[in-house]
Ligand binder design. Sequence first.
Ligand SMILES: Nc1ncnc2c1ncn2[C@@H]1O[C@H](COP(=O)(O)OP(=O)(O)O)[C@@H](O)[C@H]1O
Ligand SMILES: [Mg+2]
Length: 269
Amino acid sequence: MAKINFPAPPGRLRKMPLLSIKDLNRSFGGIQALSDVSFKVSGGTIKALIGPNGAGKTTLFNLICGNLPPSSGRIIFKDQAIEGRAAHHIARLGLARTFQNIKLYPGLSTLENVMLGRHSRSHTGFMAAMLNLPRARREEADIKEKSYAMLQMLNIADLAAKEAVSLAFGQQRAVEMARALAAEPELLLLDEPAAGLNIYETAELADLITQVREMGITILLVEHDMSLVMKISDEIVVLNFGRKIAEGVPAAIQNNQEVIKIYLGSEDD
Ligand SMILES: Nc1ncnc2c1ncn2[C@@H]1O[C@H](COP(=O)(O)OP(=O)(O)O)[C@@H](O)[C@H]1O
Ligand SMILES: [Mg+2]
């Protein structure tokens, strides 16, 4: 199996903030999607971001990844201010994400879809690749080998040659995760990875996310499946109507009266 260079053993990074969000705001017309949101994500941990629909979770992901600029506030990743920077620039610093709606490319195999994730770290220039220079060929072979190793890790190597969009839903989620991991991120953002998965697939996902953390990768997770969140998270941030209303370890969040009220309230809807 090809060697994949993940950031560091978990113990070394743990407790240092890898990501700091400070007083973040974002509005869309009259809608204040995020209001003065601040929190930190320590290296080597799993942090969950929860809250009812419309709380601003996906918007926050879009701001962190550079898919949208904030209206105001700061986002510090590895001691660099990244708010408002281009998505490809932020990706190259070591940040990868998966999407709430799976985005795989039709017409490409599973392996090719994962290789696209790896290309975000590729160094060879466009001309070298066009001319099929030895350096470009070597890099392509390396990308292929490491992408295949990623599929092996996620137990989907047997699907490498199949068209990605033809796979079962749970398998497509695994391909998306493999593609994000193939970029060798230090921070991985997962937007509702358990959505649409059955209980067996969700249990596998829990093991997988924990395994990814053990590789030294820090995870920020948006998820509605509370048993999954409570089981794997080190810390939880709760958003409601764009505001942070609670933050803490799973046991504290489970017993937080305001959080309980919101979740019981939304069940009545
Ligand atoms: N691109 C957009 N344009 C306009 N309004 C948006 C856009 N993205 C999100 N919103 C609004 O911002 C609020 C937060 O949405 P979102 O971040 O998707 O919440 P969540 O992911 O927590 O369900 C919602 O009121 C939503 O309608
Ligand atoms: Mg969302």
